[in-house]
Design a protein around this ligand. Structure first.
Ligand code: GUN
Ligand code: FE
Length: 417
């Protein structure tokens, strides 16, 4: 099936450079992008066109780190640092996902909200519960979200209601992988973080990931007390990342959230191994974890993507997360005596869209051969004193949108909103 969208087409084709086609055409065949055109190619003259007029058609977002079972605790416990926040609020809330009816209700709403906000790809943590994780995958699939979901592994330090034995954690993961057969939502191996997983569990998870060619996601160097704790747990490891690398969970299909306090050696190893930094600006600020060197990491050639990290982050709109990322980069620049620079809107938009394409084996922007993931934005209700360019309208929309501004969302060519 051929899909032809007409409007003002905006994509992050290169880092820091927008490709804008005013009143252009974006064409996909069977969900795969065929091309972008200023004039409609002759061969499509007799096809139906979906005309979005003066609206903005832009890449939709990839939220590369968020916790689904924390959706019902958005905004809670924001005055606590990471480890206290986890024990006081997060683990008790996640324990509720033993109840599959509750999981169904929460995950249905979460999946629909993601789509409504223009997030079409995710790398998401579930809880340790296998059944709830399968429900989450099903609800995302039904709503039109694509990407990865992980059953969380935790066989220590979760308290009595949120902990598995090592054997349970392994058996449940294997059984989950057998049952996780969805078209658009795939499994990802998810040790919560080093303090949650014994060495024996880590070793087995590394093997499962390798044997099944599965990606991996976890947390890294988020908070200084967390880092101290990891040192105590692994006296043999010079640094936090060694605790993942040691078990074979450190490659170009690995996502590591936060990396606020990563040392030079840790960052160099991420670069050398193609490991992705998932920058979570809102969470880093809410839990006072610190101000990550987001721009410096990008400038040094690391793979950097963005996550909402709900509910360490308090909002799921990736428009807001892009703005948070820009503000965090500016705070870093101030702390660095104005020496490291800050991210522009188009640079941060790239991190929230095109940078993640690479993780999904795609090229940046609306490249030919990519799956068509886009959203259509109506900014006509935003009052302006002068006539703005498309670029100005786009930049403004990152910070400011009227309710209902997102009018349509396409995920892999399917109209899902
Ligand atoms: N580290 C381990 N678990 C979590 C979590 O749920 N959220 C955040 N922000 N950090 C973590
Ligand atoms: Fe997280």
């Amino acid at each position: 099936m051929t899909l032809i969208l007409k409007g003002n087409i905006i994509s992050a084709e290169k880092y820091g450079e927008l490709n804008i086609i005013e009143n252009g055409y974006l064409i996909a065949n069977d969900g795969i992008i065929e091309g972008m055109y200023q004039e409609l190619p002759k061969q499509y003259e007799n096809y139906d066109i979906i005309d979005y007029g003066d609206k903005l058609i832009m890449q939709s977002f990839s939220d590369m780190h968020l916790h689904a079972p924390q959706y019902p605790m958005l905004g809670m416990g924001m005055d606590l640092p990471l480890l206290d926040w986890l024990n006081t609020y997060t683990f008790p809330v996640e324990a509720n996902f033993k109840n599959t009816d509750f999981a169904r209700k929460v995950y249905k709403e979460l999946a629909q909200k993601l789509i409504k906000n223009g997030t079409t790809r995710v790398a998401m943590f579930s809880s340790l519960h296998k059944d709830a994780t399968l429900i989450l995958m099903e609800e995302l699939e039904n709503a039109g979200v694509t990407g990865y979901v992980g059953k969380v592994n935790m066989d220590r330090n979760g308290g009595k209601d949120l902990e598995e034995t090592t054997q349970e954690s392994i058996d449940e993961t294997i059984d989950w992988l057998k049952k996780a057969n969805f078209k658009h939502i795939k499994p990802i191996i998810t040790p919560r973080f080093t303090p949650s997983c014994t060495n024996e569990l880590m070793e087995t998870l590394g093997k499962i990931a390798k044997e099944n060619n599965l990606p991996i996601q976890s947390h890294l160097s988020e908070n200084t007390n967390e880092i101290k704790w990891v040192k105590q747990l692994h006296p043999d490891c010079p640094e936090y990342f060694d605790t993942y690398q040691k078990y074979g969970m450190w490659n170009n299909k690995t996502l590591m959230a936060h990396c606020v306090h990563s040392s030079k050696r840790e960052l160099q190893s991420m670069k050398d191994n193609g490991v992705y930094v998932v920058h979570c600006a809102s969470s880093n600020q809410n839990l006072m974890s610190g101000v990550a060197q987001v721009k410096k990491m990008v400038d040094n050639g690391l793979n950097v993507v963005i996550g909402s990290d709900i509910a360490g982050g308090d909002h799921m709109s990736m428009f807001d997360c892009v703005a948070d990322t820009i503000r965090a980069s500016k705070a870093r620049n101030i702390l660095d005596n104005w020496e490291t620079g800050f991210l522009t809107v188009s640079q941060a938009f790239y991190l929230a869209t095109s940078a993640a394409n690479k993780f999904f084996d795609e090229l940046p922007g609306f490249a030919k051969g990519n799956k068509l993931n886009c959203l259509v934005l109506d900014d006509s209700k935003l009052i302006s004193a002068t006539k703005l360019s498309i670029k100005e309208r786009f930049e403004r929309c990152i910070y400011n949108r009227e309710d209902g501004a997102i009018v349509s969302v396409y995920s892999e060519g399917r109209k899902v909103y």
